[in-house]
Write a protein that binds this ligand. Structure first.
Ligand code: BTN
Length: 325
């Protein structure tokens, strides 16, 4: 497996190792060494080959495959399986397929690029190769179906914690699924559930995080509203580091959620809530409603008072389509 060669080269970055030495240490032929070098190069590794000297690693791709993630995880117990796609249509779709075939709770699916990235409300999700994180986790949570939408908020809190820890900037949360930096969207979450009337079969939590994208990479109509960690901080980030911090934070948040419900994460949501107190328009099945957002309650529901109404109402699912000051 090319992992062996990769480990060998990564342990001596910049240093030549002779083909003969590699073949001996991996117990393979010289021809097999050459095949593995080619396979690593195809995956984005820059490996220099010099006659007489051997091979040396010049540059690693910014990859976030299982082998990149595992050493960085502090809380690996929840994560039972890792799948990685150089390109796929949508990690959420792959995860749903896997779930139907009996895929296990705690499977993580990552992609370097998506050709059919999906957002909420039937929208698409911009998913160019090499620069962002596209990830889905397959869960089989022991909760009733009515509580499953709270997992979107659990993931949003974990993502905010991971971004803040890695990048040192404050993240805002916009109910139910957006992460904002300086008022612009840097990440979104798409949770999809399959359930019987009284039992959740599975929940897929999909996360799209704009990491190293530059402003020019966004189509013009998105440029004003969208951002990335790089645009916000002027720095580039290792995607494996961000994914590992997110998986650690999610595993902690999920544990808290199963024992104490969303309430255990409520303070973490409230201190990042960018909507509280704002006039807004909410898109509901019956149509758009204008009013004021009073906050998010301890069950993860939006507390909203329609313009002219005396009482507030709680909204379990909807979309904020306009925010005032
Ligand atoms: C949104 O804000 O509308 C949610 C965006 C979710 C995008 C992620 S990227 C990984 C996963 N696969 C998808 O097709 N969508 C989610």
């Amino acid at each position: 497996m090319s992992e062996d060669l990769r480990g060998l080269l990564e342990r001596s970055p910049g240093e030549f190792i002779s083909g003969e030495d590699i073949a001996r240490r991996l117990g393979i032929s010289r021809a097999a060494v050459w095949k593995r070098v080619r396979s690593l190069r195809r995956r984005g590794y820059r490996i220099e080959g010099a006659r007489g000297a051997g091979y040396r690693l010049i540059e690693r791709p910014d990859s976030f495959e299982k082998a990149d993630l595992l050493p960085l995880l502090s809380r690996p117990a929840l994560w039972k399986d890792f799948l990685y796609y150089a390109v796929t249509d949508s990690t959420n779709s792959r995860a749903a397929e896997l779930a139907e075939k009996g895929g296990v709770h705690g499977t993580v699916l990552c992609a370097n690029a998506q050709t059919g990235g999906r957002g909420r409300m039937g929208r698409g999700w911009l998913s160019p190769p090499g620069v962002n994180v596209y990830l889905s986790i397959l869960l089989r949570p022991p909760v009733e179906p009515a509580r499953a939408p709270q997992l979107t908020l659990v993931a949003a809190v974990a993502l905010a914690q991971a971004v803040e820890e890695t990048c040192g900037v404050a993240a805002g949360l916009k109910w139910p699924n957006d992460l904002l930096l300086d008022g612009r969207k840097a990440a979104g979450i798409l949770a999809e559930m399959s359930a019987d009337p009284d039992r959740v079969r599975h929940v897929i939590v999909g996360v799209g995080l704009n990491v190293n994208m530059e402003a020019a990479d966004f189509p013009e109509d998105l440029r004003e509203r969208a951002t990335s960690l790089r645009i916000r901080t002027g720095r580039t980030f290792r995607r494996a580091e961000l994914v590992a911090r997110f998986l650690d934070a999610f595993s902690r948040a999920y544990e808290g959620y199963l024992t104490g419900g969303f309430k255990s994460l409520w303070p973490e949501w409230k201190r990042r809530d960018i909507l509280k107190g704002k006039p807004a328009t909410v898109r509901l099945p019956a149509g758009d409603a204008r009013g004021k957002i009073l906050g998010v309650d301890g069950n993860g529901m939006l507390v909203f008072r329609r313009a002219g109404a005396a009482r507030s109402e709680k909204i379990a699912s909807g979309e904020i389509v306009g925010i005032g000051r």
